[in-house]
Ligand binder design. Structure first.
Ligand SMILES: *Cc1c(COP(=O)(O)O)cnc(C)c1O
Length: 421
């Protein structure tokens, strides 16, 4: 089959030798998936999820049973008082935007203690001038850079907190940067430190790509809100759209009022019959995330062996499903993405090229032959076309597909190694 699907004997033999070394890692990943599967199942039992909850609601969506159960299941899984899980949170950026606008008022300051946020948030915050940004509403922003070791710079963080600092945003995953992603335990240390300086701070974690990678979520270590996208980890590849905001009840209510309208809040919003698919996706998410993690570690080890810098390294503990590989040239970046695209179940016959994307300030190349448009829990690769030409890839609904995708990337990039242009 590999031969028929374009994988050469050299690539397959190299990959097989690497796969053998990784059996121990697979066991640990499967154990986390097992735990998280039971956690999701327990939440569904607790909510008494029933066949009748899958009825289609329309219009205002009063008494939408599916929506209510979905939100109580999310709250239980994330161990929070409440959750807002909606198809009209149209993406991760939108969910984060709704959460930030609901938490902050004119005169308040937002702090990122982990350096720059994800590219698309720059315009939400107003780091890059944008119409309708927090900045336009008189909400200021400060960030503390990470230290040279990639860890929190506690002195810089202490210096950045002031009387107006109200909300702290912590991005769990590295996004499009080469910093490391943070584990739940590290996020807990950071929150404890900031609480010791200013106890009434509100902590929001951008949880994108982190869900189900560990046995606990940031809400277990002091996060007041966690926010993410359903076309990433928690949608399990099935959710066709959506975002979630889970946490303290008063804060989730505030976000709901920002999403709908003051006075309406969580009580309205028909789920149009997709609550079932969202629940089924959540049910699959722990094992889908395990497949994505195996794919990431497999790729890290293969490319590391060829002399590329990979972040994180193959044996580092995982904090998210994103793997980056510093490919060093535009050609290799495009070749890698071409390999992932060729391996896709959808649009396998097209070749990705760079282009402008809304929310990003440099050209971006994206390989995504996905069933759900742009879903990055499906095997996908992207990268801004700028030095150091790092590719960021993630996903893999099944491990056999993830493995094949990485072999296909190697066919394009070649086995000759990092220094050979
Ligand atoms: C993907 C991502 C976002 C934005 O999510 P979209 O659904 O693409 O809008 C925000 N933060 C991080 C860390 C992400 O990975």
């Amino acid at each position: 089959m590999y031969d028929e699907l374009g994988i050469s004997r050299e690539v397959l033999e190299f990959a097989t030798s690497v796969e053998r070394e990784l059996a121990g890692r697979w066991q640990a990943i499967d154990a986390v998936a097992e735990y998280n599967q039971l956690k999701v199942l327990r939440a569904m039992h607790n909510a008494r999820l029933a066949d009748t909850d899958f009825d289609v609601s329309t219009g205002y969506g009063y008494n939408d049973m599916g929506r209510g159960k979905l939100e109580s299941i999310y709250a239980r899984v994330f161990d929070t008082e409440a959750a807002l899980v909606r198809p009209n949170l149209i993406s991760g950026t939108h969910a984060l935007c709704v959460a930030l606008f609901s938490l902050l008022r004119p005169g308040d300051e937002l702090l990122s203690p982990v350096g720059a946020p994800y590219d698309t948030l720059e315009e939400v915050i107003g780091i890059r001038p944008a119409e309708g940004s927090l900045r336009e509403y008189g909400i200021t922003y400060r960030q503390a850079e990470l230290g040279p070791d990639g860890h929190f710079d506690y002195d810089a963080i202490r210096a950045a907190v002031n009387a107006r600092t109200k909300v702290v945003t912590i991005q769990r995953s590295k996004g499009y940067s080469t910093r490391k992603s943070f584990t739940v335990a590290e996020i807990g240390e950071l929150i404890a430190f900031l609480k010791s300086i200013k106890p009434d701070l509100i902590f929001m974690v951008d949880n994108c790509y982190g869900e189900f990678v560990e046995k606990t979520e940031p809400t277990a270590v002091g996060a007041d809100l966690v926010v993410g996208s359903l076309i990433k980890n928690p949608g399990g590849g099935l959710a066709p759209i959506g975002g979630y905001i889970a946490g303290r009840e008063d804060l989730v209510d505030g976000a709901a009022k920002r999403l709908s309208a003051p006075g309406l809040g969580r009580e309205v919003g028909a789920s149009l019959g997709i609550a079932k698919t969202m629940m089924q996706g959540l049910f699959l998410a722990p094992t889908v995330v395990a497949s994505a993690l195996k794919t990431a570690i497999f790729a890290a080890r293969l490319y590391e062996r060829l002399g590329y810098t990979v972040v994180p390294s193959a044996d580092a503990p995982r904090a998210d499903i994103i793997q980056s590989i510093v490919l060093g040239s535009e050609k290799k970046l495009l070749d890698f993405c071409a390999g992932i695209q060729k391996a896709a179940p959808v649009d396998s016959f097209v070749t990705p090229v760079g282009g402008a994307m809304p929310g990003y300030d440099s050209d971006v190349v994206m390989a995504a032959g996905t069933f759900i448009q742009g879903a990055s829990i499906e095997l996908s690769a992207d990268g801004p076309i700028r030095p150091p030409y790092a590719v960021y890839f993630q996903g893999g609904l099944t491990w056999p597909h993830g493995k094949y995708g990485i072999l296909s990337s190697l066919e394009q990039v070649g086995l000759s190694g990092a220094d050979n242009e």
